[in-house]
Design a protein. Sequence first.
Length: 490
Amino acid sequence: MFSWLKSDDLLQRRPWLFIGIALVARGIYALLAISQLGPDRHPGWLYVESGDAALYLNPVDNLIQNGTYFDDYRMPGVGAPYFLLRQFLGPEASRQAMVVLQWLLSGFTTFLLGKLAWRLTGRHLIGLAVYTVYLVSAYSAWYDPVISSDSFSSSMLIAHAWLLHRAVETRHRGTLLLAGLCIAWLVFLRPISVLLLPVSAFVAWRFWDRDARWRMALLVLLPFLVFDSAWIARNWHVNHRFRPLTNQGYQPDYFMREIRGNAMVFLQGYGGDYIWWNPGSDIRWFGIWKGGPDLDDRGRRAKEPPPYAYVEGYNRDSLQWLADRTRYIATAGLSEADSLRAIEEVNAKFRRYSALYEEKAPFQYHVMSRLRMFRNVMMQNGTETIILKPFASLPWGWKLFKIAQAGIFVLCYGLLWVAVPVLAWRWRKQWTPLRVFVPAAAMYLTLIFPLGLRMCEWRYMAMQYPLVITLSVSFLLLLLLKGRGATTPA
């Protein structure tokens, strides 16, 4: 009756079965994610508003109502599908529809990831294993009901990798153009992905026929070049500046006028944890916190700045003054004018101390701070935002769930650093589009935030997580199969 289960191309023969299972699993995780939050975080019954949701959607609503895309800090990657939905639906219904779209893409690309792993390694068993691990992992799925760039980004990264592979395999230019559309959308969702464009262009150039390779490299870039040219022209007309990506740098201007923006820059200088919603993080000692007030007494029990955070020009009393002053501004009920003056006073000191640190501790600033940021972003277990109640208060079922989720996350990211060099050596004479793009994208997206930008938010590990799973599970199973004496193609 179930002889079809023995097929060595099950993913190919039963696609709707695997897609259906993925949609059910992703739907369950989405509903669980929503159930963990109060009504203030999910004003609609089917969506969760991230802290950045207004920056993504308000410009579109303003465009529809007033004819201007403002505030224009974000690229319209999230706003584009919302704009299309708003042509037929109201704001609330469009937000619900956005989550449905994220869920559909997430389920479909879960299936695609299994096929991708199959083609990457040449082993159907590994494809099934990667599909299963990604299916049961809640880390990326938890973002499916959230209005942000995270869910779309993971889906588009998988879709682009698969379509790039298929385009080269079949020599189909339409598929290559579709791959270009996916990565163009990915850059508009997460501008940091822009450096994946030359990787995709190289893959198209390297693996296409010689007489067409330059045209194919240009073809995969064409959608981004067209859409970004329109975005540049719009920014030049409105802002009179050449802005190919975001309009205000990596952080919006309003954020950098706040105390937390300037405190963040100071902590980034020495590699401190600036995540103010993470109880016990370095920035909470300065009186900048959100959520979990009882866990560290609103940051008062957070660890104070370490010895390497100091240079000549300020001392512990200087930083303690900043912490005390920040708490005073937040609680004293100052008038608007007095508050603005006090905020600027604190900001000026943070900026001065940041400049002093860069000048007087160059090695700490340029090298060690980045390594500490890498430590900050890697020292997570992938469940910090899953089931938000304290672990000790959870029933055993939920405890086991969190332990299993943490185990998957830690194992996959832990194995990544061994998997990439070992697989690169194994494939050194048998490179394919996937064997170039998947490791390059996984490593770049994992390292660029802590080492390149000195940023350590938990969610920066989500977009590339499916590729990390693919590489780590592939490495582990190839190792086990080799240990059992199995013959492995490729």
